[in-house]
Design a protein around this ligand. Sequence first.
Ligand SMILES: NC(=O)c1ccc[n+]([C@@H]2O[C@H](COP(=O)([O-])OP(=O)(O)OC[C@H]3O[C@@H](n4cnc5c(N)ncnc54)[C@H](O)[C@@H]3O)[C@@H](O)[C@H]2O)c1
Length: 271
Amino acid sequence: MNGLAGRVAIVSGSGNGIGRAAALKLASAGAAVVINDLDPAAAQAVADEIVAGGGRALACAGNVVEPGFAERFVAAAIDGLGGLDIIVNNAGYARHGMVQNTPDELFDAMIDVHLTAPFRLLRAAAPFIRSAAKREAAAGGGHHRKVVNVSSGSIRGAIGHSGYAAGKMGLVGLTNVIASEWGPSRVNVNAVAFGLIRTRMNAPLAEGETRNETVLGAPVVMGMTPERFADVESRNHFGRAGTPEEAAGAIYLFCTPESDFITGQLIYVSG
Ligand SMILES: NC(=O)c1ccc[n+]([C@@H]2O[C@H](COP(=O)([O-])OP(=O)(O)OC[C@H]3O[C@@H](n4cnc5c(N)ncnc54)[C@H](O)[C@@H]3O)[C@@H](O)[C@H]2O)c1
């Protein structure tokens, strides 16, 4: 399976979970991948895993929200791996609160990571993508490039997720606009809205376990009680959570040449 041979991908937040599985899947199809994460060790470990398997990868650790990061991430692909064909906006985390308990700082942090950072990354990639497409068309060749934006089923109205869902819904609007703007450059821009996927973000907590972390200086509650997890699982047609590999499979579908005529779409990947 090497349908993505010669392609270069960047996947934000690919040190863990869905992003990691997507990076490994793209690499297994022949793509070279730039791995990003807030956690430099996690990013390096995934890059090392790809290289150990015979692929091409490098790590570009950093916070996607930080000004200037997007330009550095794009440059890592172009200068380090020789191009840029696939962009996966995946990095994210969830901070919750009922609307009356949501300070500006929490709401803004969710918009920053889920909407502003993807916008900045696409803006930073635009000059390269537009000029590469022009050059390739003039030479009578080229291929479709791909953007996959990771949204969430929470946009349907998950309680306590005002900032998170607003960012993830905004990302759907951004998907549609960039699909329109980049169609002439032969770029497919789609979004995947995941339902319950079993990652450290929400996997059930063992008796007495807490999985709280500090992300960018703020407390983030990870994990669900087993009862809540089972309740959410029971609401889809398969009665179970998806795996990171199943989530990555949907991202991969939008990166393949087989999806070259699909753009501006939002697909629910939720069982
Ligand atoms: N797991 C689910 O059920 C689910 C459902 C819907 C949407 N999502 C979305 O899928 C994406 C991946 O989530 P996951 O479940 O794999 O979580 P995860 O916590 O396993 O992985 C997310 C990774 O992103 C990184 N990250 C977070 N903020 C970052 C930042 N500012 N800069 C760089 N890296 C950052 C984290 O360090 C982590 O390694 C997120 O956007 C999330 O909102 C997940």
